[in-house]
Each structure stands twice: as structure tokens, then as C-alpha cells.
Design a binder for this molecule. Structure first.
Ligand SMILES: Nc1nc2c(ncn2[C@@H]2O[C@H](COP(=O)(O)OP(=O)(O)O)[C@@H](O)[C@H]2O)c(=O)[nH]1
Ligand SMILES: [Mg+2]
Length: 213
């Protein structure tokens, strides 16, 4: 499955996320970014992949990141402060890949995400969410390419694993791992999660902590 994080790492991560986690701000444009004072870990994924649910599960707080069924209209980077004193930030990146997105919106997404990935020195890692029912799709390859090109290290995280059988999960895991091994900036190990069942959440917390060093 995922990396063997030891008990100590899992406990340290649990403690941090049991403490203060608070929404800081939304940045629709790069000039609205908060000052880069602490390390950041970004979450990316296609619209409806379960990103908001996973952020809520990570922080153990229900209304932190809004969950909804209406595919993302907003093209913003959302920043969350973790720790008091502030230790690091989580960045909820705008979703992609929803049907009927106007060309303008796609262009705006591309600029915002690309500029952020290339210019953000404090960005330590990205976690790219992939729906376990589908695996990596064509729409996901663009963000993976952007991350590889910008040399931002990332990990692939499978979501909604409660929706598939164990045999299907093993199969998608293997396929996704094989794809990750071909990508220069990808971590070779995949984390399987279910926000619904709480599966993989301790490991994901540990992966965030590991990323910020
Ligand atoms: N069964 C199941 N449903 C999930 C899970 N995570 C998210 N969902 C559902 O998938 C839909 C999209 O979730 P959301 O977190 O808003 O996705 P986002 O668009 O990526 O932020 C919602 O209806 C969630 O309730 C999960 O782990 N298991
Ligand atoms: Mg969302």
C-alpha cells in the first residue's frame, strides 16, 4: 500500500492536525497570495475527486473546506493555516476537468496553476488526488506534466476507495504505481484513502508532515 510510516510519525502528524487548522484566504490571482513565510503543501485534482472532503478529513473538521456536488466554478487557490504558532500551510488548488468548462476558464486555470507551481519557493510538495474508480485519466496528465516540468515533487493519492472492491483497488493501485514510476517528480508510493471511512487519513497526515520536513 503506502509508505510504512512508523508509529512515531503517525502520532506526530495526528497531533498537529488535532491542533489549530484555519482558513486563511482565497487567492483568485497571484498578486493575492499570502506572503511566503512557511512551507506549503498543495492539493490538486479534478473537480469532484473528493478534495474538499479529504481536506476536511485531514483536519478532522467538517466545514473547513466546502464540499459540494456542483463542479467548481471558482478558480482560486485557498490557503489554510496549520498550527499556532503557524507551522505550515495547505493549499487547495482549483479543480479541473469538468465538462463544458469555457475556454477562458481553462486558460485562467492553466495560468494560475502554472505560475504558482513555478514561482512558489515555499511549495514543498503537491498531493494529486485521483479517483480510485477511474485511475489516472487524460485530464489528469496535464497537471502531472506541469508538476514534472516545474520540478515540484508530488505524491498521488487515490480517493473514494470505499466505492470499489479490494481486488479493483489492488489493480488500480498497481496501474497507478506503474504510471508514477515513469514520472520524474512523482513519489513512487501511492496513498489509498477514503474520507468516508477514514482510511489512509493518518498516512496522508504523515505524508504532509514528511513533505514540510
Ligand atoms: N463514497 C465516498 N464519497 C466521497 C468521498 N469523498 C468525497 N465523496 C463525495 O464525492 C463528492 C465530491 O466531493 P468533494 O469533496 O466536494 O470533491 P471536490 O470537488 O474534489 O472538492 C461529494 O458528494 C462527496 O460526498 C469518499 O471517500 N467516499
Ligand atoms: Mg472542493
Amino acid at each position: 500500500m503506502s509508505d510504512p510510516f512508523d508509529a512515531e510519525q503517525l502520532e506526530a502528524a495526528r497531533k498537529i492536525f488535532a491542533g489549530p487548522v484555519a482558513f486563511l484566504k482565497s487567492a483568485p490571482k497571484l498578486e493575492h497570495l499570502p506572503s511566503p513565510v512557511v512551507p506549503e503543501v498543495a492539493f490538486a485534482g479534478r473537480s469532484n475527486v473528493g478534495k474538499s472532503s479529504l481536506l476536511n478529513a485531514l483536519a478532522n473538521r467538517n466545514g473547513l473546506a466546502r464540499t459540494s456536488n456542483t463542479p467548481g466554478r471558482t478558480q482560486e487557490l485557498n490557503f489554510f493555516d496549520v498550527g499556532d504558532p503557524l507551522k505550515f500551510r495547505l493549499v487547495d488548488m482549483p479543480g479541473y476537468g469538468f465538462a463544458k468548462a469555457p475556454k477562458d476558464m481553462l486558460r485562467q486555470w492553466r495560468y494560475l496553476v502554472n505560475d504558482f507551481l513555478r514561482g512558489r519557493d515555499v511549495l514543498k510538495r503537491a498531493l494529486v488526488l485521483i479517483d480510485s474508480r477511474h485511475g489516472i485519466k487524460e485530464v489528469d496528465n496535464e497537471i502531472l506534466d506541469m508538476l514534472d516540468t516545474a520540478a515540484v515533487s508530488y505524491r498521488i493519492v487515490l480517493t473514494k476507495t470505499d466505492k470499489i472492491k479490494a481486488s479493483e483497488l489492488a489493480e488500480v493501485l498497481e496501474r497507478t504505481q506503474a504510471a508514477a514510476r515513469k514520472r520524474p517528480a512523482a513519489h513512487p508510493d501511492i496513498i489509498s484513502t477514503s474520507s468516508e471511512k477514514g482510511m489512509g487519513i493518518p498516512e496522508l497526515r504523515a505524508a504532509v508532515l514528511e513533505a514540510i520536513g
